[in-house]
Design a protein around this ligand. Structure first.
Ligand SMILES: *Cc1c(COP(=O)(O)O)cnc(C)c1O
Length: 467
């Protein structure tokens, strides 16, 4: 098959941009594919291909003349897409799955179609306004003051980094204003079970992490944090409390940590990338008592707020601190930096940005907050139901009682190789995607449940497969 040549009379430099039969057909084909995929409820789990397989099946796709949209799309549909795991499959239970609402996924196409620039008020005021409506709704839910605000960034890793950079800038200013010298090494205090992105942020910032060992419960408490605050004093950039650890879904004792603010002056950051969404549900809200005293927090809509990749809501109690820390200055940006309007780029380590909060805005505006609360509560209840099933089976043992929607358990008597074999078989049979995890050197199995389409039967079926 040879590619369609440009229509006669079309300037070759305009071929990709002019509205012609060719470009119209391409748009139709792509939208038709997207429509089919979004509305499909039986897309298989699929699985990775090897580099050699992909080279053989899909290599050499780039040429001077192009292969034409029909062939390129067929290549995607028949080879590239099936070699990507379907992360919103109801039996994708590894890592943190994705479970975007149909509305959010569809609207993501519009974010592209309208070429909205989300970095500045000047260029994207309507989009920025709508994103800020969502951020301000979240801030109110979490008990932050009405003038709290921030920005949707790519993910929790960038969200944590941006918050900690703002916290250090603030700490540095406060020290300088008081005429105190800079500490030799800055320090971030967090739980030993905090997410790896905290270490990664510390590495980028060239600061140290004080990792507080947590006991069998996995929960970091105020008493432990107090000792670290006393020991490290004014070198502390921030205390990071985890609002739902990724491994276990365990929430630190935020209330006793926040209460330390009565004795010590420190920045409290809540890493709620996965778990903070649960604070929207009455079922779990009490676990998050104290978040109203946070100086910054994050929650990833692409995890448990039913939004497509990639999106993290980063919120500051006092956004002005973040603006001072993050605003980029350059001659070509003068028109933006000299304005007093809300420019999202000023609140994180990024400049050009997609309005990645809009799919959440659309879905939330469409269905309302209660639909979110109900869907989140359902996953928490399902996690507890499957934990009860695990306790009833003598060949299984819960590692920890679940708090949110992550359930970790062991198959009694299994070695690491048994877990790997079982997990591979589940994927080979296209039944489920459950990769082994580990805790304290022992291999285990882990369900992360965020998809309202996941059922108790799905989960007990997987438990049965371990007998
Ligand atoms: C997933 C996660 C992160 C990292 O977020 P990304 O969006 O993957 O960058 C940070 N902290 C916690 C607790 C997480 O669960």
């Amino acid at each position: 098959m040879s590619p369609t040549p440009a229509a006669p009379g079309v300037d070759p430099a305009m071929r990709m941009h002019a509205i012609t039969d060719e470009t119209t057909q391409i748009v139709d084909m792509v939208l038709e594919y997207a429509r089919r995929r979004i509305l499909s409820d039986d897309t298989p789990l699929d699985k990775p291909f090897t580099p050699a397989e992909l080279r053989r099946l899909a290599g050499g796709s780039i040429s001077a003349e192009g292969m034409g949209a029909r062939r390129a799309l067929a290549l995607f549909e028949n080879v590239l897409a099936p070699s990507c795991i379907t992360t919103e499959h109801p039996r994708y239970l590894s890592f943190i799955p994705s479970a975007p609402s149909k509305a959010a996924t569809a609207f993501d196409l519009i974010v592209s179609a309208t070429a909205v620039y989300g970095g500045s008020w000047l260029e994207g005021s309507g989009a920025v306004f709508a994103e800020n409506e969502v951020l301000s709704w979240l801030a109110t839910e979490f008990g932050l003051p009405g003038d709290a605000g921030g920005v949707f960034v790519q993910g929790g890793t960038i969200g944590n980094l941006s918050a900690l950079v703002a916290a250090r800038d603030h700490a540095d200013r406060v020290r300088r204003a008081a005429g105190r010298p800079r500490p030799e090494r800055w320090v971030i205090i967090g739980s030993a079970e905090a997410h790896s992105s905290i270490k990664s942020a510390a590495k980028v910032m060239d600061v140290d992490v004080v990792a507080i060992p947590v006991g069998a419960s996995g929960v970091m408490h105020g008493d432990q944090v107090r000792e670290a605050l006393v020991e490290h004093g004014t070198a502390v950039i921030a205390v990071v409390a985890t609002g739902g650890s990724t491994n276990f879904g365990i929430v630190d004792d935020i209330s006793s940590i926040a209460a330390l603010k009565d004795e010590h002056d420190f920045w409290l950051h809540i890493d709620g990338a996965y778990g903070l969404a649960a604070a929207l549900s009455d079922v779990a809200r009490p676990r998050f008592a104290g978040i109203e005293r946070a100086d910054s927090l994050i929650v990833d809509p692409h995890k448990w707020l039913f939004t497509p990749f990639d999106s993290c809501a980063l919120i500051y109690r006092d956004p002005e601190i973040a603006r001072v820390a993050h605003t980029q200055h350059a001659e070509y940006l003068d028109a933006l930096t000299e304005s007093t309007e809300w420019n999202p780029s000023d609140y994180s380590v990024q400049l050009t940005r997609r309005a990645r909060g809009l799919p959440l805005w659309f879905s939330l505006a469409t269905f309302g907050a209660q639909a979110y609360r109900d869907a989140i509560a359902a996953s928490i209840e399902l996690a507890h139901a499957v934990a009860a099933e695990i306790e009833q089976r003598d060949y299984l043992a819960l590692v920890r009682e679940p708090q949110l929607s992550v359930v970790v358990f062991e198959r009694v008597g299994w070695q690491p190789g048994d877990y790997a074999h079982w997990s591979n078989r589940l994927l080979d049979e296209q039944h489920a995607f459950v990769v082994p995890s580990s805790h304290a050197g022992r291999t285990n199995a882990r369900f992360a449940i965020v998809n309202p389409r996941t059922t108790l039967d799905d989960l007990t079926g997987i438990l049965d497969s371990m007998q």
